[in-house]
Design a protein around this ligand. Structure first.
Ligand code: SF4
Length: 258
């Protein structure tokens, strides 16, 4: 698999275009991407499975001392951290102890970096689990993916390993009562002979209807920024993203372009 993988459970802080100085937490295995999606643009490269391989995941009794030690080191060095961010090799909420880990990270944040936010980049597919929904509601900045308005484009762009209904995802995103950020990558191109395009009027309209219903406090729009596993993709320019942003701002929703 080509692409960037993180070989540590805690990495950085690194500069993030969206989050500033970001201390990364990778709950997924070190040597493979583990995700329920196989997005055409994923910077980790193509995945092979969404089956959770428990023997490849760190258990909390091993993980928590590592996290605590690193938090303490960074605190003692006077590190400036804007966000403690779940990201890394796949979908962090697939970790079966995601809520327990989140509770510990909140406690560590409160102890060592009380002014730092906790963010989670998630693909929204595990929101059907009560523990994941609860955990994501506890953190400051859940950043949840919604790349398409129609089921067809969702399947083409995000390539879920198992059938996932975009309606179910939208319904779950509504349960945040607006206390979330929606992150959407716009792109055009081709994949396996299928047209990839979430920028057409049909797709943007369908996506905007979902945004209207979910009514997040913030929407983040971004184009491809790094090498993608699917090679026949085109980067959308900022001017085009701005035309979409105008329509979201008309709903009174803060919209940022990266
Ligand atoms: S959801 Fe994220 S980690 Fe999963 S395939 Fe898509 S871009 Fe990669």
């Amino acid at each position: 698999m080509s692409g960037i993988l993180f070989n540590k459970i805690i990495f950085g802080p690194i500069h993030s275009r969206r989050l500033g100085n970001s201390l990364g937490i990778n709950l997924m295995p070190e040597d493979i991407k583990l995700c329920t999606f196989n997005c055409v643009y994923c910077e980790c490269g193509w995945g092979r499975t969404s089956e959770v391989q428990y023997d490849k995941l760190l258990h909390t009794d091993v993980m928590l001392p590592i996290l605590e030690q690193r938090f303490k080191e960074l605190h003692d060095k006077g590190a400036v951290i804007d966000s403690i961010t779940y990201s890394g090799n796949g979908e962090p909420t697939l970790h079966p102890e995601f809520e327990v880990i989140t509770d510990h990270i909140i406690a560590l944040r409160n102890q060592y970096f009380p002014h730092t936010i906790i963010s989670c980049l998630s693909n929204s597919t595990q929101l059907y689990r009560e523990d994941v929904l609860r955990a994501l509601k506890k953190i400051d900045n859940p950043m949840l993916k919604l790349d398409a308005g129609t089921q067809c484009m969702f399947n083409i762009i995000n390539k879920p390993f198992h059938e996932i209904d975009i309606e179910d995802i939208s319904d779950k995103l509504c349960q945040f009562d607006g206390k979330l950020t929606i992150q959407t990558l716009f792109l055009r191109g081709e994949s396996n002979g299928q047209k990839v395009d979430n920028t057409s009027e049909e797709e943007v309209s369908a996506w905007l209807q979902r945004i209207h219903k979910i009514h997040p406090h913030t929407v983040m729009l971004y184009p491809i920024d790094r090498e993608t596993p699917e090679k026949m993709l085109t980067k959308i320019d900022k001017a085009e993203l701005e035309t979409i942003a105008v329509r979201i701002r008309e709903m009174g929703i803060k919209t940022l372009i990266y």
